[in-house]
Design a protein around this ligand. Structure first.
Ligand code: NAP
Length: 315
């Protein structure tokens, strides 16, 4: 927040019982973490929740009732009809319809909708097939720490401990780890499908996903096949995406120029590269996108929602 100069007169930090009394850095200052309670939201204008769906389900209505605009990072409220699900560059106008709670999408959904929205201004999107390569930090602090300790254990010829997910993540990739459905897709893949349709206001969009966890600390990547109504050539797509808000095209494979999670971690923009004409269909486009899941995939998107709400007079 300090890097964006959000005009907050005061900021409070709230976490679980475990963290009460410890300090967290904010804007060159240290905030002392307070306990979450029903009274915690009195006098608060904006309450940002990033504590998981169970906490949001219980406390977001309490905060909204106390007069705060809730911006929720969890999946708890995203698909509720009276809760806007917002990527400001795509559907910032939906903020007007809020009834006290606004949801911020899944960290893979946000960059994908930005790409699809930019392209569909030229011609409708017919079909999307996406495979994700998701960083450890997308599952929270516990898996990020475990990736580091597993890597150290392997380097020291010790057996790595596996606690935070189903399989060893270091030196491995895991094509799952989320709750599977009866038909073989999992919760993460179906979130990506449902949330993309909601944000784009396109409930019948043909879209399928495979989500994979990779041993990367920060930065989600996605390999995307997009079929459009009229053909968009790779060179046209480079121009369209290069002009889209919040997006940077890095695409010159001959010069070894393409986005990587290591290169994008810490950046605000969504990076796109490897833009190619699909050689298997006449109206297809293939590309690779990378974004920092902790920034645009999470905190930054929430702050941008607050900035938009402020500009729109909603706060
Ligand atoms: N990480 C991402 O890339 C990402 C992206 C988009 C959305 N999200 C969503 O954001 C939410 C948080 O994810 P995360 O990755 O930040 O998880 P995390 O690293 O595990 O952090 C969870 C935070 O929630 C707090 N918390 C847990 N239980 C609580 C309780 N009962 N009362 C008050 N605070 C409580 C924890 O406090 P303590 O430190 O005291 O335990 C901690 O600060 C999840 O819903 C996740 O799906 C995450």
């Amino acid at each position: 927040m300090p890097t964006r100069g959000f005009p907050a007169a005061s900021v409070s930090a709230i976490a679980s019982e475990r963290s009460v009394g410890s300090q967290v850095a904010y804007n060159g200052d240290q905030l002392t973490i307070r306990r979450l309670s029903e009274d915690a939201f009195k006098g608060i204008d904006v309450a940002m929740f990033a504590a998981g769906a169970d906490v949001s389900l219980l406390y977001a209505p309490v905060a909204a009732e106390a007069g705060a605009l809730v911006i929720d990072k969890s999946s708890a409220w995203r698909m509720k009809a009276n809760v806007p699900l917002v990527v400001p560059e795509v559907n910032g106008g939906d903020i007007h319809a809020n009834e006290g709670i606004i949801a911020s999408p899944n960290c893979t959904t946000i960059p994908l909708t930005m790409v699809l929205d930019a392209l569909r201004k030229r011609t409708p999107i017919r079909r999307v097939v996406v495979s994700t390569y998701q960083a450890a930090s997308g599952a929270g602090r516990a898996l990020m720490d475990e990736l580091e300790s597993q890597t150290e254990a392997i380097a020291a010829s010790k057996t790595p401990e596996v606690n935070a997910t189903s399989h060893q993540l270091a030196y491995n990739v895991i094509p799952g780890g989320w709750k599977p459905d009866a038909d073989g897709y999992n919760e993460e893949e179906m979130k990506l499908v449902a949330e993309t349709r909601k944000i784009l206001h396109d409930p019948t969009l043909h879209i399928a996903a495979t989500c994979v966890r990779v041993p990367v600390p920060i930065g989600h990547s996605e390999s995307v096949l997009i079929e459009t109504g009229d053909k968009i050539s790779a060179s046209d797509a480079r121009l369209i995406l290069g002009e889209a808000p919040g997006m940077i095209v890095e695409d010159d494979p001959h010069a070894k120029l393409y986005p990587t999670p290591h290169g994008v971690a810490g950046k605000d923009e969504v990076y796109v590269g490897r833009i190619r004409d699909d050689i298997s269909s006449s109206h297809g486009l293939m590309l690779w996108l990378v974004s920092d899941n902790l920034r645009k995939g999470a905190a930054l998107n929430a702050v941008q929602i607050a900035e938009h709400a402020l500009e729109m007079g909603v706060i």
